[in-house]
Design a protein around this ligand. Structure first.
Ligand code: DX5
Ligand code: ZN
Length: 217
């Protein structure tokens, strides 16, 4: 099953309740929440208090993407706040098996994130402890950036590697520059979870989610 995950980074935060209700009504599968600490990436975004408030207004799974320098210090707070999925960047998680196991122990789905310039091999050793691998298709930190086309080859290679190593159940998530026009390419390359911020929230959210569903089904 292909899942559509609107990224709340592009939502109107002054109307977040409406934005979330519109995501639900339009059939979004997951809410993607970008946590940035001002250190791993320059911006500062959402903390556990925001996730906790979201939890009280939606039953959609929350996919918390930790763009923070020390994810080990953060996973517990976000799990307690109501995150359903938590992903950590391999670039800043030196004890990756342990971190993923901890996320799962806290009751969440665990994901490994790789920046566009990080070799795929950096996810291989711990992939068996992950439920998904998030391949960035932009450098993290900002919404509205252009999709980096080398993602497609990387995604194909990773999908093949997972399938030939008994890890066919590990999903690939794509994040950055995904729009209605390139969603199909990402699916064809092996992604099954599509994060999209400006591609969905800029303009008519409901119509964009419906259109994205149309091109991928
Ligand atoms: C970027 C974030 C993304 C961002 C995607 O660092 O991880 O989730 O919201 O935004 P778009 O879809 O606009 O590229
Ligand atoms: Zn993200």
């Amino acid at each position: 099953m292909i899942q559509i995950a609107p990224s709340l980074l592009a939502a109107n935060l002054l109307r977040i309740g409406d934005e979330v209700r519109n995501c639900e009504a339009a059939g979004a599968d997951v809410l993607h929440v970008d946590v940035m600490d001002g250190h791993f990436v320059p911006p500062i975004t959402f903390g556990p208090a925001f996730v906790q408030q979201l939890r009280s207004i939606t039953t959609l799974p929350m996919d918390v993407h930790l763009m923070v320098s020390n994810p080990d210090h953060q996973v517990e707070q976000f799990a307690e706040a109501g995150a359903d999925w938590i992903s950590v960047h391999a670039e800043v998680a030196p004890n990756l098996h342990r971190t993923l196991q901890r996320i799962k122990h806290l009751g969440c789905r665990a994901g490994i994130v790789l920046n566009p310039a990080t070799p795929l091999e950096h996810a291989f050793e711990a992939a068996g402890d992950a439920e998904f691998i998030l391949l960035m298709s932009v450098n993290p930190g900002y919404g509205g950036q252009e999709f980096i086309p080398s993602f497609l080859t990387r995604c194909e290679l990773l999908r093949t590697w997972l399938d030939t190593n008994g890890l066919g159940n590990v999903e690939i998530e794509v994040d950055g520059g995904i729009k209605i026009e390139n969603a199909r390419d990402a699916i064809n390359a092996g992604a099954s979870i599509l994060v999209s911020g400006s591609g969905l929230f800029k303009g008519d959210l409901k119509a964009h989610i419906a259109a994205m569903r149309g091109v991928i089904s």
